[in-house]
Design a binder for this molecule. Sequence first.
Ligand code: ZN
Length: 298
Amino acid sequence: MATEERLYEQLIYEEPAPKVARIVMNRPSRRNAQGITMTYELDDAFKRACHDDQINVIILAAAGDHFNAGHDISGEGPQNPERDQVAGLWGGDYQGKGWSGFYAREKEIYLEITERWRNAPKPTIAEIQGSVISGGMMLTWMCDLIVCSEDARFRDATAAEMGIPGAEFFQHPYEMSVRQAKEWLMTGGWMSAREAERRGMVNHVVPREELPARTLELAETIAARNPFTMKLVKQAINFAQDQMGRKASMDHAFQMHQIGHMQAMLVNGFPIDIESLPPVIRANVEKLFAARKAGTQD
Ligand code: ZN
């Protein structure tokens, strides 16, 4: 297996079989929470796999017990990308006045970059174990195929606990029925791997110990096909999904998402509705907010 771990701080990039790249989120102590470092390392790794003519299929996996805990709001590490990392063209100062900075930041690091990965021309497969929460759903849904272990479970807590009507990459009503999406968001409840399979959200549920092998088997099957045809299949089906309104709905939901953040900011002075947060998380967020106010953290 060709592995080049040293290239990245929070990822492992490996080629477990010919024509297959496996990108592993490698921040298990933080349940692979996605901050700026991981975001732009992922962007680099996807670009690398897409530009490599020897690679036909890309697996997105995660180290540790859980696939992804969502966006990193701990305040650790860089909070904004460097100018030369930025992938989109919106531009602007991410600490700009009023809502301009927050809007530009969310558009760049959550909405547009995830959409770009979703539109990566090569087939992508998510390999999922353990819990997937809120922003982690974005990394799940952006993949073409999803293989998960029996212990996988899914939750978007943004509406129930943060005052925001769903994660930025808003694909909820295209991943399950409209009523299921509403209930799932309104209650913030867990969806099991088997329930996700019943809803058509995941392709396969497999025993935990077989997860990497079964995912790789699927990747190798697809990697053996004509890669140009696989790209055409992906484009055709993605286009069909977009004709069902996916992209337009996502763009609209992004504006609702911003209103949710703004409402929380107006009421609490913080872009998340801290009143709705579970007590432990609320205490951490309040500590972070106090530190920022005191100027000890930017
Ligand atoms: Zn947001």
